[in-house]
Design a protein around this ligand. Sequence first.
Ligand code: ATP
Length: 315
Amino acid sequence: MRSYSLIAFAKINLYLEILGDRPDGYHELVMVMQSVDLADRIDLRANGTDTIRIYCNHPQVPNDNTNLAYQAAELMSQQFSDAFARYGAVDIAIHKQIPVGAGLAGGSANAAAVLVGLDMIWKLGLTQSEIQELAAQLGSDIPFCVSGGTALATGRGEKLATLPDLDHLYVVLAKYRGLWVATPWAYKMYRQIFSESYLRDPDDLESRLRQVHSGPMIAAIAQRDSRQIGQLLHNDLEKVVLPEYPKVARLREAFQRTATLGTMMSGSGPTVFALAESQAQAQQIKEQVGHAIADPDLELWVTKFNQCGLQVAEG
Ligand code: ATP
């Protein structure tokens, strides 16, 4: 088949702890990542030329080689030059639903879709872990976006351990349309303020990782204990993003006043999410927060935990 459509799901972070610095300039992280069913559609079509072409319907997403999805196709064409020569490049059309610069890994999900889609179009037969190795060369969240579901992510986010599925939970997502946060800025600020407390000894890092792995959040996930999960949500980046963006802090407070299981900023923000046990409860939380804030710039979605990062929609 020469064309595929893939559905690429957003993610939220149920847990994000910054442990220390890495020699490669990234941070040593421990995160619990969760796919949610807010998604972009990526249409891929072999174009019979040697030029990758990209189009996205969102004005903030670049239609050139700075687009992460373009870079994914470029990496594949370099790695698999025989297949590229035989089948040619692709046209990539991204239909954006995931808000941009939101902490929901929209760009990463698009890149993951291109890696998986090209594997199919070029009939490469790569394994998921082979695709994830390529994904790690492009960005830290991309390996997770390939597999999705619920996972513990360590290293700079590229080392993954699958966790039991939590498909029973609903999520309300909220983001101000005119507000976005650059992920590198958030990490840089965090380093400036908190690097004194970074773990530097590899043994200390190892021991903290083990603590988290055998700690209460992972246990709550294993037991599918929604209340505990809600109470144990954590994100170190809130410490730098919330003071800089008071609107986001107020949004989080508004969620806290509802019957949510728990609320937190996702990734580097500015999206705030709230967990709910049922769709009806999620809908009620959405309405309550929409009413309390009453700002036309605020967008709210009711979504559900998803068991995968990507889905093939049609040929
Ligand atoms: P993360 O949670 O992984 O940090 P994010 O959700 O905060 O990601 P993205 O929506 O992925 O952020 O976009 C961040 C920046 O990347 C945007 O400013 C955008 O211009 C650029 N970008 C490049 N390619 C894409 C893409 N395919 N989709 C969205 N943004 C892209």
